[in-house]
Design a protein around this ligand. Structure first.
Ligand SMILES: Nc1ncnc2c1ncn2[C@@H]1O[C@H](COP(=O)(O)OP(=O)(O)OP(=O)(O)O)[C@@H](O)[C@H]1O
Ligand SMILES: [Mg+2]
Length: 631
C-alpha cells in the first residue's frame, strides 16, 4: 500500500470512530458500557493493565513500559500499587499530586511521556473511549449535567458515581441554549491529544516574575467583555489554561518545585477537593491526574521548608532511582543509540556491557555488613549466580541502603561519551576500550563530580576494564578452537568417564588399544587443578559431580558441561591453558609465517561470522588480547 492510501485509510478510520449525539443517547452508551464514564485516574490504570501484566518471583511486570524503560520494575510496581491502582479505585491517594523523585536522567520524563502518548492512543480504543459535552473548552464530563439530587438514583441504577459539578460555562449554556433540557445537550466522543490540547497538558515554570497564573487556569477574554457585559460571564473567559485543557486526562507539571508558591497553592485545592478557582467563577471541577517530577536535592530543600508542609502532605512521592542491573543498562544504551544519529556505527560485542559495568558500579554502595565486593554485588543484582549468596542475601543487600541508585553516573553521560568517542575515532566501529577511554576523559571535564568521586570512578573504570579483559580473552580463545562447544563436550565426556571409573574403582576401556586401563589420573588432575582443587579434595569433588549427574538423570534432564558451574570453569580453563601458547604466539607475532597468518584469518572470520564482530573490531580484539597474554 502506498503512503497516500494509508493516509486515506486512517482518515476513514477516524471518521468511523467519531460519535455525536444527545445526552440522552450518551446515557444509553453508558448503560451498555459503564467503562466510558471512568475517571481519569482509572483510565490511566486500565490503560497500563490492558498492555498486560506478568508475574515473576512474586513481582509484577507491567508490559506497558517494555521497550522504553529498563530495569525499573520495582519502582514501577510500587508506582502502580501505591498510586495508580488505589487512585483508580477512588481512594484518597487520587487527591494527591504524584511526584516522581529521582536522579537526573533516570527516566522520570520518559515515564510521564509514555503515559501521555499511551493515553492518546488509548482514547482511540473501545475500552479507552471518552465522551464530553460538545464544544466545551474543558471537554467536560457529560455526567456532570446530572443534578446532584438525582445522582444517588443514578448510582443505584448504573453503579457509577459522579464526582464534580457542572462548570460555570456549561451551567450557563444549559440555561441559555437548551432551556434547561439536559437530555438535549449535545455530546461527542473526544480523542486525547497534546498537540490539539485535548486532555493532555504540560506546565513548565518560567521566570517567576513574569509567569502568569492564567497559564494554569485561563484568563478573561477582554475582546468579548463588551459583548457579554461582565467579567463574571463565563462566556467572556477563556478556559484555556493547562489545568483546563488537561481535564479528563493528565497534566505534567515539569520542575514543579522550581515553581512559584502561588502556583502551587492552586494545586492544593485542585488535588484535595478536585476543583480549582478561575476568574470570578464558582469552583471548577477537574478530573485529571497531575504528575510532577523533581530531583532529590530540590525535594530535600522543599520539605525542609516548614511553609511547604500543607503541600507536601498532598503529594505522593515515588522514587525513580537509576537502574542497577548491568544487562538492563545495556538495553538502555542500545535504545538510546538506535534513536540517535550514530545508529549505523558498529559497536563491538561487550562494549556496551563494559560501559554498563562502569555505570552500575558508580551507583552501587559498598556493603558494610556482608563483606561482598562490588563486582559480586553487581552480578547478584543482575540475576547471576554468585557462589555463597542466595535470594535472601539479595533482599538483605537491597535493604541495607534504601537510597541506593539515587546517585552515580547517568545514562545520558555515557551516551554522550560514546558519541564523542565515535566522532573522535573517525572509523564507524567502536570497542569497549574506546568507550572506557572516552568516559575517563569526560570525567576530568565533568563539572558536577567531586574530586573524591572522580578518583572512585577512575577505579571503577579499571574494574570494568578488568571484567572486559576476561571476556575478551575467553572470546578469542574460543574463536581459536574450530568448535569450542564440541571440544568442551569431548573433554568433559572424557573426564566424566574417568571420574566414574575412579569412584566405582573400575577400569576404563581404551577404544584405541582395546585394553582395560586404570582411570587417567593425570588428565583428571589437569582439569581439577584449574580451579584449585587439592589432592585431598579431589575425591569429594568427583563424588559431588557424580551425584549431580544422577540428580539430573532422575529428573530426566541432560547433564552437560554447563550444568556444574565449577566444572564448566575448569573445562574452559583447561582448554584455554592448552591453547594459551598458540594464541599468544599467533596474535602477537610481528612477522607471522604462513600457517600463523592462515590461523589468524580463520579466527577473524569466526569472530565476524559467529561472534558479532566486524573486521575492524575483530582485528582490534586480537591485537589487544595478544598484548594481554604477553604481559
Ligand atoms: N531506566 C531507564 N530505562 C530506559 N531508558 C532510560 C532509563 N533511564 C534513563 N533512560 C533514558 O535516558 C534519557 C534521560 O531520561 P529522562 O529524560 O526520562 O530522565 P529524567 O529523569 O526526566 O531526567 P531529568 O531529571 O534530567 O529531567 C532518556 O532518553 C531515557 O530514555
Ligand atoms: Mg526530565
Amino acid at each position: 500500500m502506498n503512503f497516500l492510501d494509508k493516509l486515506k485509510q486512517f482518515r476513514d478510520y477516524e471518521e468511523q470512530l467519531k460519535w455525536e449525539g444527545t445526552f440522552a443517547d450518551y446515557l444509553e452508551l453508558v448503560k451498555k458500557n459503564p467503562m466510558i464514564a471512568q475517571s481519569a485516574h482509572s483510565r490511566v490504570y486500565q490503560m497500563i493493565i490492558s498492555a498486560g501484566v506478568s508475574e515473576q518471583n512474586g513481582h509484577k511486570h507491567y508490559h506497558f513500559f517494555d521497550d522504553k524503560i529498563f530495569g525499573l520494575d520495582e519502582a514501577i510496581e510500587r508506582l502502580i500499587e501505591e498510586y495508580f491502582h488505589p487512585a483508580a479505585r477512588r481512594l484518597d491517594v487520587k487527591k494527591r499530586i504524584l511526584l516522581l523523585m529521582g536522579p537526573v536522567s533516570g527516566g522520570k520524563s520518559t515515564i510521564v511521556t509514555m503515559l501521555k502518548r499511551g493515553l492518546e492512543k488509548y482514547s482511540w480504543t473501545d475500552e479507552g473511549a471518552i465522551y464530553a459535552i460538545k464544544d466545551c473548552p474543558m471537554h467536560e464530563d457529560p455526567l456532570h449535567l446530572i443534578p446532584p439530587h438525582l445522582r444517588e438514583d443514578f448510582f443505584q441504577e448504573t453503579g457509577i458515581r459522579i464526582e464534580g459539578n457542572l462548570s460555570p460555562l456549561n451551567v450557563m449554556r444549559l440555561e441559555k441554549e437548551y432551556g434547561g433540557q439536559i437530555e438535549d445537550v449535545p455530546v461527542e466522543r473526544i480523542f486525547l491529544s497534546e498537540d490539539k490540547r485535548v486532555g493532555i497538558g504540560t506546565f513548565s515554570p518560567s521566570d517567576p516574575k513574569s509567569q502568569d497564573i492564567a497559564d494554569l487556569t485561563g484568563s478573561i477574554d477582554f475582546s468579548t467583555i463588551a459583548e457579554y457585559g461582565s467579567e463574571s460571564d463565563p462566556r467572556a473567559y477563556r478556559f484555556d489554561g493547562e489545568l483546563n485543557k488537561a481535564n479528563r486526562g493528565l497534566m505534567e507539571f515539569q520542575e514543579m518545585l522550581k515553581c512559584d508558591e502561588k502556583f502551587l497553592w492552586h494545586l492544593l485545592s485542585l488535588t484535595q477537593e478536585g476543583n480549582f478557582k478561575a476568574g470570578r467563577f464558582a469552583l471548577i471541577s477537574a478530573d485529571e491526574l497531575i504528575v510532577a517530577h523533581t530531583n532529590e536535592t530540590e525535594y530535600r530543600a522543599f520539605i525542609s521548608n516548614k511553609k511547604n508542609e500543607a503541600l507536601h502532605s498532598r503529594m505522593i512521592v515515588m522514587p525513580v532511582p537509576y537502574n542497577l542491573k548491568v544487562s538492563e543498562e545495556e538495553k538502555i544504551y542500545e535504545k538510546l543509540i538506535s534513536e540517535s544519529d550514530v545508529a549505523n556505527v558498529h559497536i563491538a560485542p561487550h562494549a556496551l556491557r563494559t560501559a554498563a559495568v562502569f555505570s552500575i558500579l558508580t551507583r552501587l554502595k559498598e556493603s558494610k555488613s556482608r563483606g561482598i565486593d562490588l563486582i559480586k554485588k553487581m552480578r547478584l543484582y543482575d540475576g547471576e549466580i554468585v557462589e555463597g549468596y542466595n535470594e535472601a542475601d539479595i533482599k538483605e543487600l537491597q535493604n541495607e541502603f534504601p537510597d541506593e541508585g539515587m546517585g552515580g553516573i547517568d545514562p545520558r553521560y555515557v551516551i554522550n561519551r560514546i558519541s564523542s568517542a565515535i566522532i573522535k575515532k573517525g572509523v564507524p566501529s567502536i570497542n569497549a576500550l574506546d568507550i572506557l577511554r572516552s568516559i575517563k576523559e569526560g570525567l576530568a571535564q565533568h563539572p558536577s563530580i567531586s574530586d573524591e568521586d572522580r578518583s572512585r570512578y577512575t577505579e571503577y573504570i579499571a574494574l570494568a576494564r578488568r571484567e572486559y579483559d576476561e571476556l575478551a580473552k575467553s572470546e578469542v580463545q574460543k574463536a581459536f578452537v574450530y568448535s569450542f562447544e564440541e571440544s568442551a563436550k569431548t573433554l568433559m565426556d572424557n573426564y566424566l568417564d574417568n571420574v566414574e571409573a575412579y569412584c566405582n574403582s573400575n577400569k576404563i576401556f581404551d577404544p584405541i588399544t582395546g585394553d582395560e586401563v586404570d582411570p587417567d589420573e593425570k588428565l583428571m588432575r589437569s582439569i581439577e587443578e584449574q580451579i584449585g582443587i587439592s589432592e585431598n579434595a579431589k575425591k569429594s569433588f568427583r563424588e559431588e559431580i557424580l551425584i549431580r549427574i544422577s540428580a539430573y538423570a532422575r529428573k530426566g534432564k541432560r547433564f552437560n558441561y554447563k550444568s556444574h558451574e565449577r566444572l564448566k570453569e575448569a573445562i574452559q580453563k583447561k582448554l584455554f591453558a592448552d591453547l594459551k601458547d598458540v594464541v599468544k604466539i599467533t596474535t602477537s607475532s610481528k612477522t607471522p609465517d604462513e600457517a600463523q597468518l592462515k590461523r589468524v584469518n580463520e579466527v577473524i572470520a569466526r569472530l565476524v561470522d559467529e561472534y558479532g564482530y566486524n573486521t575492524t573490531s575483530a582485528n582490534e580484539l586480537l591485537r589487544y588480547v595478544g598484548s594481554l597474554l604477553n604481559r
